[in-house]
Design a protein around this ligand. Structure first.
Ligand code: PGA
Length: 265
């Protein structure tokens, strides 16, 4: 049976109340009943996860978190992979560019490093969750330095993870394309080339057989008008959707654009 495209809503902080999140989840549950041929998931903010998971139980829509602690034990303010699992989480985003972004606060460097992302991925996988690893360059360069950057993100996140990649999903999200309008998304031809590159690095890092099982999503200014092109011509296994997942209508429009499309890998 052909695999279905996987479309994940990354709500970020767009939905601001539990009531809003619950209403979205109830609406989505109704809508997906009529949309065959697409796998759907929602990455919710921590305070809404338990409620959203309750609403979506049995609907086929998987619920995820947007980050996870790199630790276990005494870490004030952190949320562990085991805690997420206990409230119905299936997958966890690790390494999103908005969390990797480097800055300084009161003289301390902030932003998650490749080492932190690796530790988060291991925590998620060891707890039986599916790690959704985000990678992507800040900018493209004529000498192809962006490929080296992506390779480094992949290999450092995945080093020593043999036996832990069974549920791995990768999202390629070029940072320069995130959070804009559909005209700023990556072009399908360039995406196809990058998806092949990501698959090759995965094969070199975790082995070819394992690499062929990993869905590679695209994210960055996905909207209903470019969704189909990015999956068919771009060769992505699915999409990670930010701003267009902030309302039920714009998210469902993307699901409808992809219904029944066979996915390559
Ligand atoms: P965007 O966000 O769709 O708003 O570009 C994607 C993401 O950051 O995951």
């Amino acid at each position: 049976m052909a695999k279905k495209p996987l479309v994940i809503a990354n709500w970020k902080m767009y939905l601001e109340s539990p009531e809003e999140a619950k209403a979205f989840a109830q609406g989505l549950k109704r809508k997906v009943k009529k949309i065959a041929g697409v796998d759907v998931a929602v990455a919710a903010p921590f305070p809404f996860i338990a409620e959203v998971a309750k609403v979506l139980k049995g609907s086929g829509v998987k619920v995820g978190a947007q980050t996870v602690s790199a630790h276990t034990g005494a870490h004030t303010g952190d949320v562990s992979a085991a805690m997420l699992k206990a409230v119905g989480v299936h997958f966890v985003i690790v390494g999103h560019s908005e969390r990797r972004a480097q800055g300084t606060t009161l003289g301390h460097t902030t932003g998650e490093t490749n080492e932190v992302v690796h530790a988060q991925l291991v925590q998620a996988a060891q707890a039986g969750l599916s790690p959704l690893l985000c990678v992507g360059e800040l900018e493209r360069s004529a000498d192809g330095a962006h490929f080296t950057y992506i390779e480094e993100q992949l290999t450092s996140a995945l080093r020593g993870t043999q036996g832990l990649t069974g549920k791995l999903v990768v999202a390629y999200e070029p940072v320069w394309a995130i959070g804009k309008g559909k005209e700023f998304a990556m072009q399908a031809e360039a995406l196809e080339e990058t998806v092949i590159f990501v698959r090759k690095i995965l094969a070199d890092t975790i082995g070819r057989a394992s690499a062929l099982k990993v869905p590679i999503l695209y994210g960055g200014s996905v909207e209903a008008d470019n969704a189909l092109q990015l999956v068919t011509a771009g060769g992505a296994s699915g999409l990670l959707v930010g701003h267009a997942s902030a309302t039920l209508d714009s998210f469902v429009a993307i699901l409808n654009a992809l219904r029944g499309i066979p996915r390559k890998i």
